[in-house]
Design a protein around this ligand. Structure first.
Ligand code: NAP
Ligand code: ZN
Ligand code: ZN
Length: 351
């Protein structure tokens, strides 16, 4: 199949800095949409994947799965989009389209789902490369519409940070009578606060950082608990219906389980791997409490979220950077110094 060479920013190895490189994209096929990328959010998963934290990265890695852009061209069979439309692409660019998960709008749980980067482009027999690039070619099913009223840079993080927190909030029926807690105030955490607040819930943030208290309240949190303070933790025992835990690295989740109410659920969305220390089942058994996980969201649910954000005028709090600043941004992300999502202005790749 024909390919097009484009400019991208990525890395050849786990211990190498990101830099400019050339990649191949497939040419537009019947159902494809070709998108010029305007903005791309920077997710902590980009850093994990660039540095092979999870052990399954395939190099070269071009990260980026919070993509907003303008349609450049479409295949003959495309009827949802036309050249000039403002569209978005999140973490998924393909799936089998026929398994029970795909049939239930849960493409993210399809055994054959294809990630926007680090996946396998079936058309090309090549790895997929993400949004730190000039353009991307995606099947129309995996392309989303962006509400016209939203700032284009600010909406980019909705495509991952937003949907990853929205999906569990919706699955566990969060609404105006719910008490929700969020662990960690970074990209996912700040979207979780905004979305849970917009759903009408009472929202508490668990953070290690006293200097994020005012920001959390400005984002919509009703309360902040400093997770390293035993008295503050003791004061919120048995309170929460749902906790969204966004911490990226191994950490002790047991202290949070005590803060769930009977039937409450702790949803892990951040850390991927075995827990250490292990789970203590006592508080779980004594209160029918659950520990769960959740992966991004399906395409229909992501469109539902974009439309909700349009209706409620919700975007991410962002710091716009040039692509040449990405390595510094990663170092700041490691220090939890993100307020609260970096978004790359992809015009900088042309300079
Ligand atoms: P982020 O912006 O770096 O935020 C993470 C926050 O967690 C930090 O701001 C910090 O908040 C807290 N934190 C960081 N290190 C910690 C540690 N060692 N112990 C306790 N707290 C810590 O990251 P993000 O982009 O939100 O991503 C969070 C995680 O979610 C990443 O691991 C990412 O790969 C994962 N993720 C999962 C999915 C999914 O589908 N499940 C989707 C996207 C991302 P405080 O300063 O407030 O404590
Ligand atoms: Zn992400
Ligand atoms: Zn499937």
């Amino acid at each position: 199949m024909d390919t097009t060479s484009i400019k991208a920013f990525g890395t050849e190895a786990a211990d190498a800095a990101l830099g400019e490189m050339g990649i191949q994209r497939r040419k537009v096929t019947d159902k494809d949409v070709e998108i010029d990328i305007l903005y791309c959010g920077v997710c902590h998963s980009d850093l994990h994947f660039a540095r092979n934290d999870w052990g399954f990265s395939v190099y070269p890695v071009v990260p980026g799965h919070e993509i907003v852009g303008k349609v450049k061209s479409v295949g003959e069979g495309v009827n949802k989009y036309k050249a000039g439309d403002i569209v978005a692409v999140g973490c998924l660019v393909d799936s089998c389209r026929s398994c029970s998960n795909c049939n239930n709008d849960l493409e993210q749980y399809c055994p054959e789902w294809v990630g926007t980067y680090g996946g396998h482009d079936k058309h090309l027999d090549l790895p997929t490369y993400g949004g730190y690039s000039e353009s991307i070619v995606v099947d129309e099913h995996f392309v989303l519409s962006v509400p016209e009223n939203l700032d284009l840079a600010g909406v980019a993080p909705v495509l991952c940070a937003g949907i990853t927190t929205w999906s569990p909030l919706r699955h566990w029926n969060v609404g105006k009578d719910s008490k929700v807690a969020v662990v960690g105030l970074g990209g996912l955490g700040h979207m979780a606060i905004k979305l849970a607040d917009a759903l009408g819930a009472h929202v508490t943030l668990f953070s290690r950082s006293k200097n994020k208290i005012q920001d959390a309240k400005d984002l919509g949190a009703d309360a902040v608990v400093i997770s390293t303070n035993e008295d503050e933790m003791a004061a919120v025992q048995g309170q929460f219906d749902v906790i969204i835990d966004t911490v990226p690295y191994v950490h002790d989740v047991n202290p949070y389980i005590g803060t769930l109410n009977t039937n409450g659920t702790l949803v892990l969305v951040g850390y991927l791997g075995p827990l250490d220390p292990m789970l203590n089942t006592v508080p779980m058994i004594m209160g029918r409490k659950k520990v769960a996980g959740s992966l991004i969201g399906g395409i229909a649910e992501t469109q539902e979220l974009l439309d909700f954000c349009g209706k409620h005028n919700i975007t991410s709090n962002i710091e716009v950077i040039n692509i040449q600043d990405i390595n510094t941004a990663y170092e700041r992300m490691l220090k939890s110094d993100v307020h609260y999502r970096f978004v790359i202005d992809m015009a900088s790749l042309k300079s």
